[in-house]
Design a protein around this ligand. Structure first.
Ligand code: TXA
Ligand code: MG
Length: 323
């Protein structure tokens, strides 16, 4: 495994590896992806092996230009073009009926395919140089925290990945919004930076939220994105007491909070106040505290409102609630 700054030489090497059916991790604006040639079933199977992910969990196909929509999907409703026009390149994945030739390995055996045009310049350059679609889940082991730095990918996957392109820290920090357009009504399967309201205002119709649908999304499982250390969500008013009780029991406690607590500085992370900046820092913060051999990570509960929906969704999966 090699980490290389994503210059022209490294991009050329990445394209060659993809053509040979190998795995290349690359930065996107959301999180790092573990990429393989989406048209090559054997290459796609390598993704599942590297992640330890069950084969029936579908992957998103990343495309470098709009013509990819018709290459990978069919029966494309106007809504898909409207969303693509407004939000691509960007952190939105759209689920559509798949074209016949899309390998079932990519779609987890389903007749739909997830498509996304990422906006990170390295991702776009890679896609355009490769020319085809790149299947890429987040570049972490199954059920672990998604990587937002090249070094996180190396920690997660080691030699299971052939090359890691380093494009710095991911700007969005949480995975893309997923909207399913394969059913009668648009269905939001995973919240992300692009909000339900923003999608509704483009489509001029209301969007269901994770209504029971035929599709499986691993991001919708209860245990996901989780640190190995027990992480507990805690209301602001309960923080100081919870911290005191846990330390009185001899527990080593890490904190992700807004106000500094009387605890060692190296085990507490002061989180950004704005939701989008918090999202950027979320996974790296969990990962940092997870590396400190603590007994518990206490996470201060963010506001429960629309702006924080994606953050609260990921925290809900990474933590248990203080009871
Ligand atoms: O931001 C992102 O989307 C990142 C970057 C790398 O692009 N990728 C990502 O991939 O988060 P992954 O595999 O970790 O999550 C993709 C989600 C999964 O929950 C998967 O089940 C869902 O997309 N998905 C993919 N294809 C689908 C389909 N045909 N129907 C329903 N869900 C699908
Ligand atoms: Mg993932």
């Amino acid at each position: 495994m090699q980490i290389r700054l994503a210059d022209a030489d490294a991009l050329a090497a990445a394209v060659q590896l993809l053509q040979q059916g190998r795995l290349v991790a690359f930065p996107t604006e959301t999180v790092y992806g573990l990429g393989a040639d989406a048209a090559n079933p054997e290459a796609v199977r390598r993704i599942f092996a590297a992640k330890g992910r069950p084969a029936d969990h579908p992957l998103i196909v990343h495309i470098g230009d709009l013509s990819g929509l018709n290459t990978w999907a069919q029966h494309i409703p106007d809504a898909a073009y409207q969303l693509a026009e407004q939000f691509w390149p960007g952190p939105l994945a759209i689920i559509l009926p798949k074209q016949a030739q899309v390998p079932l390995e990519v779609t987890g055996g389903q007749q739909t395919v997830g498509l996304r045009m990422p906006s990170h310049p390295v991702a776009l350059q890679l896609l355009q140089a490769f020319g085809g679609g790149i299947a890429a889940p987040s570049a972490n082991r199954y059920c672990r925290i998604s990587p937002t730095l090249a070094s996180h990918v190396a920690e997660e996957l080691g030699d299971a990945v052939d090359l890691i392109l380093d494009g710095g820290a991911c700007q969005v920090g949480v995975e893309s919004t997923i909207v399913d357009l394969s059913g009668a009504q648009p269905n939001l399967l995973r919240p992300g930076q692009i909000s339900r309201a923003a999608i509704e205002s483009v489509l001029g119709e209301s969007v269901l939220v994770a209504a029971a649908s035929q599709v499986r999304t691993s991001g919708m499982m209860d245990v996901h994105y989780a640190p190995a250390t027990r992480a507990v969500l805690c209301a602001t008013d309960d923080l100081a007491d919870a911290y005191r009780q846990l330390t009185a029991q001899g527990k080593k406690v890490g904190l992700m909070v807004w106000q500094a607590q009387t605890s060692p500085a190296n085990t507490q992370i002061l989180m950004p106040l704005a939701a989008d900046v918090y999202a950027q820092a979320l996974y790296a913060s969990l990962r940092k505290l997870d590396s400190l051999q603590l007994d518990v990570i206490l996470v201060e509960q963010p506001p429960v409102d629309e702006a924080w929906r994606a953050v609260n969704d990921r925290l809900g999966k990474a933590t248990v609630r203080l009871s």
